[in-house]
Each structure stands twice: as structure tokens, then as C-alpha cells.
Design a binder for this molecule. Structure first.
Ligand code: G3P
Ligand code: CA
Length: 235
């Protein structure tokens, strides 16, 4: 359907088909040959980076309350799959390292920081799994991106955008980001041209149907974050 230049990025894994941000969703993304897999990282009370979208456990797990109020060992007892379908009962919240192992080296890890995680720990995990050159670290917030950039000059960064301002191009360049990642509603030909002429790549989130994917592709984005990576064929 789309141009060969467009990368399909599985959103929270292949989250249309398996519970988001779990190894089951990452395995499904890899099975569907997604070239990249996005997931969300937060911190537990004892400082372990784990994969969870929401700030609280309530929507996607059998637990409740803020993730920051729970230690890693407590999370091992929680079910992060049954809310999606009973066949995923017993699926756990993965740690960041478990996510990296499930995804790499079959696909590129796209790591969204929803908390300020220790950049030295992130670097050492990526180095350990030989993913430092392949990972893209993204965030809506500048603080985590700045911290990672200061510690790891060579890592690739992307700034997520949900509300447009022309100053965002300079903001992204200021942390030496390579990608600006815009909500689909923010895309337009002139805006994309402005971003690209500044030397940044444009990705978009989240396109889950054929018509939206085709519209994004026609605008020339180079990556589409989607719950359904199988809809984007690189043929
Ligand atoms: O990372 C892109 C997209 O995932 C951002 O939105 O809410 O799904 O993290 P959200
Ligand atoms: Ca995300």
C-alpha cells in the first residue's frame, strides 16, 4: 500500500492483536515483520524501568494505583493480559530489559520515556544488548531527552508532538534529535517540508486504518506508528 520508504512502527507492540506493552504484543509485532516496535517506559518505586503506558496500573493490569507506588517484585504477581483477552491471562508487565530482549535484534526498539530514567542505566542496557546504534529514544518531554543526550551523545532521539508550534523545530534541533513525531492531526505538506528542510525526519502517530495510513503516506512521512503494523507493507 505504502511507499518502500515508510517504516511501520508497532505501537506498544502489535497492540491491536495482543495486550499493549507486553512481550506477547512484541512477539506479535516481530511475527508480523514490523521493522520497529514502540513501547512506553516508566519507573517503579524501587527505580526499575518497566513497560507501561498509563501512570497507574488500573486500566491494563490486575493491580491498581500509581506504578511509582509499587516495587518491581510486586509487579511480577500482576496480570497484564486478561483485560485484553482471557487467552493472555498471566502475561506480565515487562521490564525495559525484557522488552529489549523480546524485540531485538529482529526489530528496532523505539523507547518512549514517560519518566526520567537514569541515562547511564539506559545506555548500559542498550550496550549490553548491542542496541545502542539501533534504538530511538523518544519523549513528549524535553527533560528525559536532554538527560539522555548529555550522557550518550551518539544515541538517536525523537521529540513527540501533540500540539504544534513552529519553535518545536529548533527545540528538537537543540537536543540534537533526528526525528519529530507528530500526531496525525498535525500533519500538513508545508509543515512537513519545513521540518524536513531543517534536517529532521517526520514520523506520525497513531494511524490504525487503511485510509489514514494512505493519507499519511501521501504526505511523505517516513514512519507511521500503528497498532496494526501488518497494514503497512514495504513492497
Ligand atoms: O510514541 C508515540 C505514541 O505512542 C504516543 O502516544 O499515548 O500512545 O504514548 P501514546
Ligand atoms: Ca507511546
Amino acid at each position: 500500500m505504502s511507499s518502500p520508504k515508510i517504516m511501520a512502527i508497532a505501537h506498544r507492540g502489535a497492540s491491536a492483536y495482543a495486550p499493549e506493552n507486553t512481550v506477547a504484543a512484541f512477539d506479535e509485532a516481530v511475527r508480523l515483520a514490523a521493522p520497529a516496535v514502540e513501547f512506553d517506559v516508566r519507573l517503579t518505586a524501587d527505580g526499575v524501568p518497566v513497560v507501561l503506558h498509563d501512570a497507574t496500573l488500573d486500566r491494563t493490569t490486575s493491580g491498581n494505583g500509581p506504578i511509582t507506588a509499587h516495587e518491581w517484585n510486586d509487579l511480577l504477581r500482576l496480570d497484564a493480559g486478561s483485560w485484553f483477552h482471557r487467552r493472555f491471562a498471566g502475561t506480565r508487565i515487562p521490564s525495559l530489559e525484557e522488552a529489549l530482549i523480546a524485540i531485538g535484534p529482529s526489530a528496532l526498539p523505539i523507547i518512549e520515556l514517560k519518566a526520567l530514567i537514569d541515562p547511564a542505566l539506559l545506555e548500559s542496557l542498550l550496550q549490553k544488548h548491542q542496541l545502542l546504534d539501533d534504538a530511538l529514544v523518544i519523549s513528549f518531554d524535553l527533560a528525559p531527552l536532554r538527560a539522555v543526550r548529555l550522557h550518550t551523545p551518539k544515541i538517536s532521539l525523537g521529540l513527540l508532538v501533540e500540539e504544534w508550534s513552529p519553535t518545536l523545530i529548533d527545540t528538537a534541533l537543540g537536543v540534537d534529535a533526528s526525528h519529530l513525531i507528530l500526531d496525525t492531526a498535525l500533519l500538513g505538506p508545508e509543515r512537513i517540508a519545513d521540518i524536513e528542510s531543517a534536517g529532521l525526519e517526520v514520523w506520525t502517530y497513531t494511524a490504525n486504518d487503511v485510509a489514514t495510513i494512505a493519507a499519511c503516506a501521501s504526505l511523505g512521512v517516513t514512519g507511521i506508528i500503528t497498532d496494526r503494523p501488518d497494514l503497512i507493507r514495504r513492497t
